[in-house]
Write a protein that binds this ligand. Structure first.
Ligand code: ASP
Ligand code: MG
Length: 439
């Protein structure tokens, strides 16, 4: 097979880097029949948290006392290019310590160092294991993002030419590029991270840019389960999800996937596989929907707050929903969920949004003589799966008892319940929708 056959992208999560020989074996296995392999790596486990903490408390965490020794321990025998990034962490933190704070782009620059150090370190270890690995830093490669530091999006049209040229140059020489996950270069030319957990998104984005055959997200122990096993002990791995189901799952708070990971794969028809390094039987394949498949998963989003807005005359007042939305949008308030009936408008918000929302709604309460009550502490329990509305008759009593709101599309059915009941509700839904026991 020519090296121009469609590549495979293997993304290794931070915890899986603890065993570079396993990583080398995975890369060799994927490239066995001449398939070109691109590896994407996260920072080693805990590193991004450590860097974020150092940026947030610049005076409390003196770089040279805590951060650098820890990074050195985690990356023994770091080659010189990696050493330079380590030194850079020291000087960036020292300057933030002097100034007392960092702007979002400077913060992203510090956070990106975890992945940079990781790819230099990992490439050296892969070389020792006989893999011709070459470290690649995504911003230098030409992965372009928007300027939304801390939560940026990949700009595909602006990235395509440089990314393809840079990676194919290495692949054509039989090398394995080991690319940093998590960040790219913004339109302004600064480092921009894709949000926490963003290496998954970087991997599917690179896969889309390269026209990859498949993208595999290799995690050490984590797998995509039917629910969070800490809340639902009976949770089980899900073998298959459609792109749309996986997208809902990520958006509704399943922490295992970064919410933007699915779209680039869906748009290019790339198969995504999420798998566990510890247990090869645990694999979730994310691909186009297949008729006749019934996949069900549950998520819980919390803590959340619910505000009830009672508008006299309700929906008879033209434009009331638009007015509320506009006021909230201009106050920068993101509405997680909205329920309406004729006189009630219920807003589900993240806790920090409650005060700005109440302030933004004050004119409405005056002009329209509306009343607000709340905030109430709620959780959003969501059942996801193509054709979920067919399951309405299986909904257990517990899911509706005391519910504050309910919303449904053919793929996601979600119910706002008092926070204290979230675990009981998700377990009851799991028993009936996943385990197939009669409610
Ligand atoms: N290292 C980054 C984080 O911990 C990105 C990632 O792991 O995907 O959020
Ligand atoms: Mg990480």
């Amino acid at each position: 097979m020519s090296p121009r056959s469609a590549p495979v992208v293997l993304k290794f999560g931070g915890a899986s880097l603890a065993d570079p020989r396993r990583v080398a074996a995975e890369i060799r296995a994927a490239g066995r029949h001449g398939t070109p392999v691109v590896a994407v790596a996260s920072a080693r486990e805990g590193v991004t948290d450590l860097l974020a903490d150092a940026v947030a408390h610049p005076r409390a965490v003196t770089a040279h006392r805590r951060v650098l020794p820890h990074l050195r321990d985690l990356h023994p025998r770091l080659p010189p290019a990696g050493q330079r990034h380590l030194t850079r962490v020291g000087s960036l933190l020292a300057s933030i310590e002097r100034d007392g704070a960092a702007d979002p782009a400077l913060r992203d620059q510090v956070l990106s160092q975890g992945e940079r150090i990781a790819v230099h370190w990992l490439s050296a270890r892969l070389h020792e294991a006989g893999v011709a690995a070459t470290p690649v830093e995504a911003d230098r490669l030409g992965l372009v993002t928007d300027n939304a530091y801390g939560a940026s999006c990949i700009l595909f049209d602006r990235s395509r030419t440089a990314v393809r040229r840079g990676l194919h140059r290495l692949l054509d020489r039989g090398e394995v590029p080991v690319v940093t996950g998590y960040f790219g270069r913004s339109l302004e030319g600064r480092v921009a991270t894709l949000g926490r957990g963003g290496s998954d998104y970087a991997a599917s984005g690179l896969g889309a840019l390269l026209g990859a055959d498949r993208v595999e997200l290799v995690k050490r122990h984590v797998a995509v389960l039917s629910a969070d096993p800490r809340e639902v002990p009976a949770a089980r791995p899900i073998p298959e999800l459609s792109y749309e189901e996986a997208e809902e799952l990520a958006q509704f708070g399943a922490r295992v996937l970064h919410p933007l990971t699915i779209e680039p794969a869906r748009a290019h028809g790339i198969t995504l596989r999420v798998r566990s390094l510890e247990d090869p039987r645990v694999v979730t394949t994310i691909a186009p929907a297949r008729p006749g498949r019934r996949n069900r998963a549950l998520t819980v989003l919390r803590p959340l707050r619910l505000l009830r807005l009672r508008v006299p005359g309700g929906r008879q007042r033209p434009g009331i929903v638009a007015e509320v939305s506009q006021r909230l949008a201009s106050a920068g308030v993101n509405v997680v969920q909205l329920y309406t009936s004729s006189a009630l408008l219920c807003l589900v918000l993240e806790p920090p949004a409650v005060l700005p929302a109440l302030r933004a709604l004050a004119p409405v309460t005056q002009e329209a003589a509306a009343m607000v009550d709340g905030p109430y502490r709620v959780a959003l329990v969501t059942a996801i799966g193509d054709g979920i509305l067919d399951d309405l008759d299986r909904l257990p009593r517990a899911a509706v008892d005391g519910a504050e709101g309910f919303s449904a599309t053919p793929r996601a059915l979600s119910v706002a319940v008092p926070e204290g009941r979230a675990v009981a509700v998700v377990r009851a839904l799991h028993r009936s929708l996943v385990e197939g026991r009669r409610p």
